[in-house]
Design a protein around this ligand. Structure first.
Ligand code: ADP
Ligand code: MG
Length: 843
């Protein structure tokens, strides 16, 4: 064992691996990357590779090993990274041909979930985030290696860090200590503990100690993993979490801002609807705008003005869209330049992008909005750069920078000369072929080339004897042919190959020079890229407004809301045109809360979300789906959805629901918007009702936030009488031929019936069950009428209802079946419920 484990190679391996204990070490060996020991076992398992032993399986102490071909390594590495692992890429850093003994190896890059450059989804950022605390605050620094974007903020507590991160959704988090690591572990994002090595300037002013610390930590980590200068890192943008509307993760999810709740895709979400951007950086900016709605009236109006201008200038807008289609991902191209990985093809794409700028500017010439004017003025076309790139590169250079073919003739005289020499050489070869054929009389004689033997004259085996003696030196014998060289050919070959080799390396040098020149303009190019992105987003918002007939909302300073004929922006596009039923909404100082009743499936949730989405669109600076809208600026939007108990995970979602609600109540202000959708349905009826009532009362007396509360507990509609600013509204449904027809119309006042049973009928429950439920309902309704006619101070009159439940105890199991809210259940919930019912039945 000693001998194998202490070979020079294994020693080298151990000493490198010691520096990267938390990464899989991909150790370059010939054409493979190999992994050893524990790394090998785990990677073989993850990637389903064959596990072998370095010293043979039957060795006394086999060294587990597995490997991947180096040219295919990328795909394997990405799989590991996507699963949250890190990979240290260890390469040969000397030419093996020039070294005796063991080749020197070094880790050239550490690839981690937060710094993976390839396999990027175009329109998404891949953020790495560092968190550090100092002087009672927590700094949060985030960066995207692929775009060079970075941003900084600080908050008061680790809880707030958690919230901010659940909006940013980084791929990897760096912390300095175990406490923070534990506090953030619930996010289920890979966390790395790291130390700051030295401080690094942020390039931004007015930052606090915590932000500075976080940024240094971020920078150090990027630097240590990427192992190169990060010249493309843009100066960090400093923001206050309170500069923007606070959207908690729940709201992002429930309102389906970025992803459809059902499919998890962008399609079916607000982002999916709005993102008609033409460029990748525009797409990323659109996402950021949705995640961070504005609080400043001026900035909202600025965007609205721009959209209005774009809407009225149809042709200019079309021209902009057309032009933007030719724009490449400038932000990432520039990042590649800074990173030193840009190819000539990338630089040509950069040129193509810059060339569009004058067209963009001319399209914007007649548009008067302040913001558009500013964007147009600040778009620097970089004419000198365009000129340089145009002179330097051919129109379609190859991806590789090391094989020539990139530089345009006329750019460099020396290169032209070399190219001419090799070209001349090649035409000389062509004429040689002709003259050799003539001299030998062999018409099939040809001149060929391969890497090992260079240029040769090839004749078929049968014809070989026709060659005169002496002049031809045999080089290679094939099955049917012989290959020869002549002194003349050898001489020319040296010239041609020499010129080619020189031209390739000269091209590379010239290419690097140009790239370095571009590098000097990184910052101004990044500015251009941000301007184009913003323009792209504004054009997209104007397009959406036009396609779906949105109006410009009016921002009011009061706390009044007036929406006339509002629609749910996403659902209306799923339904056939014109089928969505528009609904109005009015809130003011006297009418702060709405209690929404109505049968299941009538549109309560939709109505609430529609309002929240309109409010949000307004604060993104977008037009809104309505006939008219006057809206205040909301500081936060909270959404709470009542859930059924989740038996599978064994966790009481009701408990979670209550904890979350409590938290919302603590943070909400009278400038917030709260949506409570069937809160309390996760527990038994009276519990749930009592809690729901207590929550509404609390918001009314302590918070004063605008609140929409939907419920299928009719009993709660009596709250209107005891809570001053609460009004009942209901979603209308009518009964036709024993079936319920949903009208989706929201009206003042409470709903008269729950219609739950009719919905069950729609869902095709057995007739006997429906009948039994109808009988029970009748009984319940008799009692309820009694309750409602009682004095209002008695509130919901729980005592009376309690007696009802005694009555129902004749068969509790049957009652639970009858009252199941089937239509709102997922198949999984239904299965869980059936499981529970069976367990009860077997008791
Ligand atoms: P509830 O919350 O009352 O159970 P939802 O809001 O979930 O009902 O709406 C159920 C379905 O009814 C929606 O998926 C949608 O298809 C349809 N719907 C809701 N509101 C409208 C509307 N205003 N116009 C047309 N269809 C609607
Ligand atoms: Mg609902």
């Amino acid at each position: 064992m000693e001998t194998v484990h202490t070979t020079p190679m294994m020693k080298q391996y151990f000493s490198i691996k010691a520096d990267y204990p938390d990464a899989f070490l991909f150790y370059r060996l010939g054409d493979f990357y190999e992994l050893f020991f524990e790394d090998a076992k785990r990677v073989a398992h993850e990637l389903e590779l064959t596990l072998t032993a370095k010293n043979g399986k039957n060795a006394e102490h086999p060294i587990p090993m597995c490997g991947v071909p180096h040219h295919a390594a990328q795909g394997y590495i990405e799989q590991l990274i996507e699963r949250g692992y890190k990979v240290a890429l260890c390469d040969q850093v000397e030419d093996p041909k020039l070294t005796k003994g063991l080749v020197k190896r070094e880790v050239i890059q550490v690839i981690t979930p937060g710094t993976l450059m390839s396999s990027l989804t175009e329109k998404e950022n891949r953020y790495l985030v560092a968190v550090a605390s100092r002087e009672g605050r927590y700094g949060i620094a985030r960066g995207d290696v692929s775009t060079g974007e970075s941003a900084l903020t600080s908050v008061h507590s680790i809880d707030e860090v958690c919230k901010e991160l659940s909006v940013i959704l980084p791929r990897e988090i760096i912390v300095t200590n175990e406490t923070d690591e534990q506090a953030l572990s619930s996010l289920r994002i890979p966390i790395t503990r790291s130390e700051r090595k030295e401080s690094h300037p942020t390039g931004s002013e007015a930052i606090d100690a915590a932000q500075e610390e976080a940024f240094s930590l971020l920078y150090a980590y990027m630097h240590d993993t990427q192992k190169r200068a990060l010249t493309h890192l843009q100066p960090a943008v400093v923001y206050e979490a309170s500069d923007f509307m606070q959207l908690e993760p729940n709201t992002v999810r429930n309102l389906e801002l970025l992803r459809s709740a059902r499919t998890g895709d962008k399609k079916g979400s607000l982002l999916g609807l709005l993102d008609q951007t033409g460029t990748a950086m525009g797409g990323r900016m659109m996402k950021r705008w949705i995640e961070k709605p504005l609080l400043s009236k001026n900035r909202i109006e600025e965007r609205l003005d721009a959209i209005e201008e774009l809407l009225t200038h149809y042709f200019e807008r079309q021209q902009l869209k057309e032009t933007l289609r030719n724009v490449y991902d400038l932000e990432r191209l520039v990042a590649k330049v800074g990173y030193g990985t840009a190819s000539a093809r990338d630089l040509v794409q950069l040129k193509t992008t810059l060339v569009q700028i004058p067209t963009i500017q001319s399209a914007l010439e007649d548009l008067l909005s302040e913001r558009l004017g500013m964007l147009a003025a600040e778009l620097d076309p970089h004419e000198e750069l365009i000129d340089l790139l145009d002179r330097a590169f051919v129109d379609a250079p190859p991806i590789s920078s090391k094989e020539g073919g990139m530089i345009r003739p006329g750019y460099d005289a020396g290169l032209d000369e070399l190219l001419l020499a090799s070209k001349d050489g090649k035409s000389w070869l062509a004429s040689l072929e002709a003259s050799e054929r003539e001299a030998t009389g062999i018409r099939t004689l040809k001149i060929g080339y391969n890497r090992v033997f260079g240029y040769y004259i090839e004749v078929s085996r049968a014809n070989a004897k026709l060659l005169p003696e002496g002049r031809y030196e045999r080089k290679q014998t094939l099955a049917n042919a012989e290959r020869y060289v002549t002194p003349e050919l050898k001489e020319k070959e040296a010239l041609i190959l020499g010129a080619e080799e020189k031209s390739v390396s000269l091209e590379y040098e010239l290419f690097c020079e140009v790239r370095d020149t571009v590098k000097e303009h990184i910052q101004s190019l990044q500015r251009v890229s941000r301007r184009i992105a913003e323009l792209d987003v504004l054009v997209a918002l104007a397009d959406v407004a036009e396609q779906h007939d949105y109006v410009r909302p009016e921002t009011v300073d009061s706390r009044e809301v007036m929406i006339e004929a509002g629609r749910h922006p996403v659902i209306e596009t799923v339904l056939p045109r014109g089928e969505y039923v528009a609904n109005s909404l009015e809130l003011n100082e006297d009418r702060e809360m709405l209690l929404i009743t109505g049968p299941n499936m009538s549109g309560k949730s939709t109505y609430m979300r529609q309002f929240a989405l309109i409010a949000l669109l307004h604060q993104i600076g977008s037009f809104v789906p309505a006939k008219r809208a006057r809206l205040p600026i909301f500081d936060q939007i909270f959404t709470r959805i009542g859930a059924a108990d989740d038996l599978v995970s064994g966790q009481s979602t009701f408990m979670v629901e209550m904890v979350e609600t409590e938290e919302a109540l603590k943070r909400a202000t009278d400038r917030s918007l709260i949506l409570l959708d069937e809160i309390g349905r996760g527990t038994s009826t009276y519990d749930g009702m009592a809690l729901a009532q207590a929550i509404v009362e609390h918001i009314a007396s302590e918070v004063g936030a605008k609140t929409l509360f939907s419920t299928h507990y009719h009993e709660l509609t009596v709250l209107e009488e005891s809570i001053e600013h609460l009004s009942n509204v209901h979603v209308r449904a009518v009964e036709q031929d024993g079936r319920v027809v949903f009208l989706h119309e929201v009206r003042d006042g409470k709903a008269d019936k729950s219609y739950g049973i009719h919905v069950a009928k729609l869902a095709d429950l057995p007739t006997a069950l429906i009948d039994r439920a109808s009988v029970l309902l009748e009984e319940l309704e008799k009692k309820e009428r009694h309750v409602q006619h009682g004095p209002p101070e008695k509130k919901a009159g729980y005592e009376d209802i309690d007696q009802l439940s005694l009555f129902a105890e004749a068969d509790p199991l049957r009652e639970s079946v009858a009252t199941l809210d089937l239509i709102n259940m997922t198949p999984l919930e239904a299965l869980n419920t059936l499981y529970r019912l069976q367990a009860e039945a077997r008791k």
